[in-house]
Design a protein around this ligand. Structure first.
Ligand code: SF4
Length: 107
């Protein structure tokens, strides 16, 4: 008689694969809480102007209610931080209250 608590090798491998997948996604989405701050993106920089970046979303002409860098899917700052990295501006931080025309909802 087999022990009902035993799992097959195939089931074990499936569970391990699922665990690794979930952990990978969680790490990829985790904010960089302990990362050092990067230099702030200047709204006057050419690449910032190209997407109409502003440091205060309330001053943006095209921003919808609630849309700002902190609510953007491309923002990589820690939750509650005043500034953080943005995927479209490597090496720069953007203001959490900022906004640009590339704003995308978080998934
Ligand atoms: Fe902010 Fe998102 Fe634009 Fe980056 S892409 S500057 S996080 S609104």
């Amino acid at each position: 008689m087999t022990d009902p608590n035993l799992i097959s090798r195939r089931q074990l491998l499936r569970r391990l694969a699922l665990g690794v997948s979930v952990a990978t996604v969680a790490l990829a989405r985790a904010p960089r809480a302990s990362a050092a701050q990067l230099p702030l993106l200047s709204p006057g920089a050419q690449d910032a102007k190209a997407v109409h970046y502003v440091e205060d979303a309330s001053q943006a002409k095209g921003a919808t209610a609630g849309a700002n860098c902190a609510s953007c899917g491309l923002y990589a700052g820690a939750s509650g931080s005043a500034q953080g990295p943005c995927q479209i501006f490597p090496g720069k931080d953007v203001k959490a209250k900022g906004w640009c025309s590339s704003w995308a909802p978080q998934m």
